[in-house]
Design a protein around this ligand. Structure first.
Ligand SMILES: C[S@@+](CC[C@H](N)C(=O)[O-])C[C@H]1O[C@@H](n2cnc3c(N)ncnc32)[C@H](O)[C@@H]1O
Length: 175
């Protein structure tokens, strides 16, 4: 079966094309950006708070199609001034780094709120959630926030047989 990250990529694929503007809101080592670029999109905005992770990932992309920022995704509306087609948030911590540096409920919800404003109608956003230890509160807050939204459709895909394993929230903007 496909991983939650693979499922999120499959969900985003139909809105990716050569004019598409995308956001990788948790850059890490850039695997989601690799995916966007493999679909020949026009531009990828990327956000990462850890300087060392940011610098080493940035070095890997000499491509002109990227706009990477070493700032938190909760500031994305200060950096992006155009509508976007596709957004991915892969929450949690950098697996090969310090696990204490992880996404946080309030900044994650604030970032998703901004992302929804930037998303085009019919645009898509995928949230990969990690509801273990620190991620549990974040997942709860995110779902509570999404339930208050009236301009989107949201589907939750999760493994029925395993507790606290990663799951994905698939979002499409209706209007
Ligand atoms: C699960 S990893 C992302 C994996 C990544 N997409 C990849 O392909 O490697 C989560 C990343 O989010 C970063 N992060 C944590 N808080 C953040 C924030 N407020 N804004 C942007 N990135 C953040 C972490 O430093 C970590 O690198």
């Amino acid at each position: 079966m496909k991983s939650m990250v693979d499922l999120s990529h499959e969900f985003l694929k139909p809105v990716l094309h050569k004019q598409a503007i995308c956001i990788d809101a948790t850059l890490g080592q850039g695997k989601d950006t690799d995916f966007f670029l493999s679909q020949n999109v026009h531009k990828v905005y990327g956000f990462e708070i850890q300087k060392d992770v940011f610098e080493s990932t940035k070095k890997r992309f000499v491509d002109q199609k990227i706009c990477f920022y070493n700032v938190g995704h909760e500031h994305m509306n200060e950096y992006i001034h155009e509508e976007v087609d596709a957004i991915i948030f892969n929450f949690g911590y950098f697996p090969q780094g310090n696990h204490e540096i992880t996404t946080q409920s309030s900044s994650s919800v604030s970032a998703v709120k901004q992302a929804l404003h930037l998303l085009k109608v019919k645009g898509r956003m995928a949230l990969v959630m990690y509801p273990h230890e620190s991620g549990q509160e974040e997942a709860k807050c995110m779902e509570q926030f999404l339930k208050t939204q009236t301009t989107i459709q949201v589907q939750k895909v999760q493994n029925l047989l395993v507790d606290h394993c990663p799951y994905v929230l698939l979002i499409e903007k209706r209007r």
